[in-house]
Ligand binder design. Structure first.
Ligand code: UD1
Ligand code: CA
Length: 448
């Protein structure tokens, strides 16, 4: 069956108390909207329609950055979830498959659950995703009668008996697209909220003799985010799942509760992650690497057997080849560190290429920025960069070349050469003792 996703994200999210549209608040470094799109991607949808309203431009940008083919439609006035879905009608003109409605603020619907909904669609016209709520609160209630979903009643409009029902509406609904839009045409706004409720389509469909059913999932999957506290709870849930998944994949974490993953982090088997490591988005770590305590990684790739940290920072486009060592207080950005090279202490390596087995001494800095442009530093294989070398880019140091400690390297160093670029040392015989005597005498007199 071909599927179109309709993702609702026009709401203001008043309770977030934010200038940012609710669906752009992030979990694990990706907007909630992107999580919802990723969840829906399990259905390999032919169309993805995002309904945007508040902050529509920013919402559109986020949607397109994840899926350039996503279509963003506007709902300028938020008149309810039914009205929101209706905004997708033109974008799906002539589409003959199923439509599935997801909420941009409900980021954790699983692929299995969506597959179960698709399967249920083979026998029912309308499939609603429900869950048994520990605390049903203000959720819409699913009223089941004679084995069919009979209607959905919003909390505000529910009777005492209906409010006692604990089977709740997640908001996810699947139906044939043409049925969905035909049913929405019938939805009115004569209810407690004065809104066009998407949920009303179930009662209308049943009155027309159509069938409807509920697919159930775990409450954790339908977790919706309406406030900062719920956002933090969603983040915690994501992290708990990511830690468990990493462990199942053969990753050792000494203190998993202190390790934070990005939404797309990939870690290979037998990698060890020490406490307090943060993975921002875009990180891949291959097998058998060690990420030591208090390191921060973003947009980088760490190959097999590499050792990173403690206290290392890998920024976007840091590429560490096999068995590289990056030590404490080292920052690497947009640089390839070739196999077996070492940058062990207190360095900044940016816009650079470091050759295999090269050793970069403590405190070395690639001076890559002149205030206007970025420049590249190239270091050959087996080079030895003395401690506290400033490499003023653009500059290159050849294979098996060496720089003296404290050098400021402004010209290329040919392969095999030793470059010394610092003031020559002079020793003044006995001058220190004479100076101390003089200062001591001054202090005794009470002057400074
Ligand atoms: C909705 C459901 C309720 C369900 C609950 C689950 C309806 C009428 N009610 O209630 O049964 O239990 O979700 O969380 O559908 N949105 C728009 N445009 C609008 C209104 C909403 O795009 O005009 C979007 C919001 O941005 C949000 C989603 O739809 O992503 C849900 O809207 P919200 O107002 O939070 O619905 P609830 O009252 O929570
Ligand atoms: Ca909601």
């Amino acid at each position: 069956m071909t599927t179109a996703l309709i993702i609702l994200g026009a709401g203001m999210g008043t309770r977030m108390n934010s200038d940012l549209p609710k669906v752009l608040h992030e979990i694990a470094g990706a907007p909630m909207l992107v999580h919802a799109m990723k969840a829906g991607a399990a259905l390999t949808p032919e169309h993805t329609i995002v309904v945007a309203g508040h902050g529509a431009q920013a919402v559109e940008k986020a949607a397109k950055s994840y899926d350039p083919d996503a279509v963003v439609v506007r709902q300028d006035e938020q008149l309810g979830t039914g009205h929101a879905v209706a905004q997708a009608r033109d974008a799906l003109k002539g589409f003959d498959g199923d439509a599935i409605v997801l909420y941009g603020d409900t980021p954790f619907i699983s692929a299995e659950t969506l597959a179960a909904m698709s399967a249920a669609r083979l026998t029912h016209d309308i499939v609603v995703l429900g869950f048994e709520a520990a605390d049903p609160g203000r959720y819409g209630r699913l009223i089941v009668k004679d084995g069919q979903l009979d209607k959905i009643v919003e909390f505000k409009d529910a009777s005492e008996i209906e409010r006692a029902v604990t089977l709740c509406n997640s908001g996810v609904i699947a139906a044939k697209a043409s049925d969905l839009f035909a049913l929405i045409d019938e939805v009115g706004n004569d209810n407690a909220a004065g809104e066009y409720y998407l949920t009303d389509i179930v009662g209308i469909a049943r009155a027309r003799g159509m069938s409807a059913t509920v697919v159930s999932c775990d409450e954790a999957e339908t977790l919706g985010v309406n406030s900062r506290a719920e956002l933090a709870r969603a983040e915690a849930l994501f992290q708990a799942n990511a830690r468990q998944a990493a462990q199942d994949d053969g990753v050792t974490m000494t203190a998993p509760e202190t390790v934070f993953f990005g939404h797309d982090t990939v870690i290979g088997r037998d990698t060890v992650i020490e406490p307090n490591v943060v993975f921002a988005p875009g990180v891949t770590v291959e097998s058998g690497a060690t990420i030591r305590a208090f390191s921060h990684l973003e947009g980088c790739h760490v190959a097999r057997g590499a050792i990173v940290g403690p206290y290392a920072r890998l920024r976007p486009c840091a590429e560490l080849e096999e068995n590289v060592k990056i030590g404490n207080f080292v920052e690497v950005k947009n640089a390839r560190i070739s196999e077996g090279a070492k940058v062990n202490h207190l360095s900044y390596i940016g816009d650079a290429q470091i050759g295999a087995r090269a050793n970069i001494g403590a405190g070395t800095i690639t001076c890559n920025y002149d205030g206007f442009f970025k420049h590249k530093t190239t270091i050959g294989p087996d080079a030895f960069i003395g401690s506290n070398t400033m490499l003023v880019a653009p500059v290159s140091v050849g294979a098996e070349a060496m720089t003296g400690s404290g050098s400021v390297i402004t010209r290329d160093v040919p392969a095999g050469d030793l470059a010394l670029a610092r003031a020559r040392q002079e020793n003044k015989a006995g001058l220190a003792v004479r100076l101390f005597d003089k200062l001591r005498a001054l202090k005794a007199k009470g002057s400074k």
